[in-house]
Design a protein around this ligand. Structure first.
Ligand code: SF4
Ligand code: SF4
Length: 449
């Protein structure tokens, strides 16, 4: 019943690439861990949910934990989120819920799923494995709010997100899925710069874009924030450099200092990932021709793209993350998957001393002027037009079940999971008329009230 409700409501993981949530809940687990770390600097979306919707989240956690037969129901967050922890604890006490709070240090990437499993349980998820391999299921706190709504048959139609940076009124907003970024920016009072770029997500793992692309962007089920910032060569280059120049610089400047490996959070929990070796391999081979099933290339498949190696570690300004992403893409094109190896997973003894404080990231990214911004809570908004993508999740695109001219209401199914496929249902986020059906479904509001 619970799984059916979650599938029907179209719930996907809010904290990552949008993995369909019900699929994670199909087998019993020892630990049910809630990722409430919100470790990307500047974002306040999960902070808001923890404070405002603690009761709903705790209720959903208890229900899912029971379904999973989990012995440990744990909300993992940062010790310094005091107001958030107080709200969660009050909800736990009030409901006498079998939920505990695990308070982590303030470091990046505390919210990396496998880092979190290691912090909470001391267990290392096997390389290219999933948390279930060590008895854990991990869900994001915002996902729990969607699960709570699914429990009363409400579909995922709206999204909380932070709009901050160089905007007149930084804030957390709630908008219908499919709302344009431009409307979100207007809600935050508009940009305070005339020439800017934006980050879709957090400064470390978000996608950087220019004003030209901004017009095309819409809020999806996984949008967590929009940061408007000055055009910065460092940030822009990190995300948008062309591969030939990245490779050329890696070949000519990598001094094999190993810092990228030492600070890599996946290496630190014991994974056989050594970005410095991938960089060295790059220097002595021809790419992409020579990218094959060599174990060193395959190490790139263990990279979670956190960016520590290039934003914090590398003294030469090189981009091991981009190299790993490139190698990953070439391996995928050649159909090469990670060959699981039987090796002992030994966490780094220095891990505790090498955790990266988020303030270092903000300083390095040149975003320190935004660190002390007060992010207002909050503004709910109903758009007059939404453009809802049929792919906002991992798996097959949803199949449209409406046609141009149909009248729809909030919560109506407009895209369904194809038969026997991994995917997620998609619902109308405003009342109105369907005006276009393609890779997105456009709804114009105001007709079907
Ligand atoms: S981006 Fe760099 S630091 Fe992060 S997991 Fe990949 S190799 Fe490691
Ligand atoms: S940190 Fe930079 S210079 Fe050092 S090994 Fe890694 S890529 Fe090379």
């Amino acid at each position: 019943m619970l799984l059916e409700q979650i599938v029907k409501a179209g719930v996907v993981g809010c904290g990552g690439a949008g993995f369909p949530t019900a699929v994670k809940y199909q087998r019993p687990a020892e630990y049910f861990i809630i990722n409430a770390a919100e470790c990307e600097p500047l974002l306040k979306t999960d902070h808001y949910i923890m404070k405002r919707y603690a009761k709903e989240c705790v209720e959903a956690i208890t229900t899912v934990g029971k379904h999973l037969q989990a012995q440990h129901l744990i909300i993992a967050t940062k010790a310094y989120y005091r107001a958030e922890i107080a709200a969660l604890q009050e909800a736990i006490d009030h409901q006498q819920a079998p939920v505990t709070i695990f308070a982590m240090d303030n470091f990046y990437p505390a919210g990396d799923e496998q880092t979190m499993v290691f912090e909470v349980t001391g267990r290392t998820v096997p390389p290219s494995g999933i948390p279930m391999d060590v008895g854990c299921v991990v869900s994001n706190i915002a996902t729990m709010l969607n699960v709570y709504q699914a429990m009363s048959n409400q579909a995922v139609t709206h999204k909380f997100l932070t709009v901050t940076g160089s905007v007149a009124r930084p804030q957390v907003i709630e908008v219908p899925i499919g709302t344009s970024f431009a409307e979100c920016l207007t809600l935050a009072g508009g940009a305070t710069l005339t020439d800017w770029m934006y980050i879709n997500g957090g400064p470390m793992m978000g996608k950087v874009g220019t004003m030209d692309n901004f017009e095309k962007e819409v809020v999806t089920k996984t949008t967590s924030g929009i940061i408007i910032t000055e055009k910065r060569d460092f940030l822009y280059e990190l995300h948008e450099s062309e591969m030939p120049s990245i490779i050329q610089k890696a070949r000519s400047s990598c001094i094999q200092c190993r810092l990228c490996t030492e600070l890599c959070p996946r290496y630190q929990i014991g994974h056989p990932i050594h970005p410095h070796r991938v960089m060295r391999h790059l220097a002595i081979t021809e790419v992409p021709e020579d990218i094959d099933d060599d174990p060193i290339w395959q190490e790139a498949l263990l990279c979670c793209a956190c960016g520590i190696c290039e934003v914090i570690a590398c003294p030469m300004g090189l981009m091991p993350r981009q190299v790993n992403l490139y190698v990953k893409q070439k391996l995928a094109e050649k159909g090469i998957r990670y060959d699981k190896i039987d090796c002992k997973l030994i966490p780094s003894k220095l891990r505790e001393y090498q955790k990266v404080p988020p303030k270092n990231i903000i300083l390095k990214d040149g975003l320190q002027q935004y660190a002390t911004l007060k992010v207002a809570e909050f503004q709910k908004y109903e758009s007059r037009e939404v453009k809802i993508p049929l792919t906002m999740h991992i798996g097959a695109p949803a199949l449209p079940v409406v046609a141009v001219g149909d009248l729809v209401q909030v919560g109506d199914l407009i895209g369904a999971i194809p038969d026997n496929a991994l995917g997620a249902n998609i619902h109308a986020s405003i009342n109105g008329t369907v005006t276009a059906v393609g890779s997105s479904i456009t709804i114009k509001g105001g007709v079907a009230q």
